[in-house]
Design a protein around this ligand. Sequence first.
Ligand code: PNS
Length: 160
Amino acid sequence: MNKTVICPGSFDPVTLGHLDIITRAAKMFDRVIVAVLVNSAKTPTFSTEERIELLREAVGGLENVEIVSFKGLLAEYCKKCGVGTIVKGLRAVSDFEYEFQMALANKKLNPELETVFLAADADSTFLSSSMVREIASMGGDISNFVPACVHDRIVERLRK
Ligand code: PNS
């Protein structure tokens, strides 16, 4: 069976934590669709196009990964694409309640949908896009937090 999964997120911007989850999902499944949320409640720092470009560069070597954007409900988008599995990373206990709520809500909206959680890499448990934005905007070093190939672009963009 050819197994396709979706890794959804804001990716504002992509971090090494995201890349770790995407890379591991790409080893476990035949095809990984990384889905960037367009209509977030809050306005993202990076535009949808920028977030997609950074992700494309970051996952460059992974042949079974593609990057798309989606609007509206994830459960509906999965139904439309015929994908039945969401893959998400869990960093710490603090993530659990929110992720668990989303997984249950998504299943109510689309009973065919399963959510699989991958434990975040130990080095990424504290890492978030908002932390990257804050550190970089204050001139701090984010080289341990974002993929090397997109580091300079993120820094340049956030210092503006
Ligand atoms: O990277 P994030 O911000 O944790 O990703 C959250 C995301 C994009 C997966 C979530 O907000 C989402 O799926 N939004 C789409 C709208 C939706 O389906 N909301 C109901 C989820 S219960």
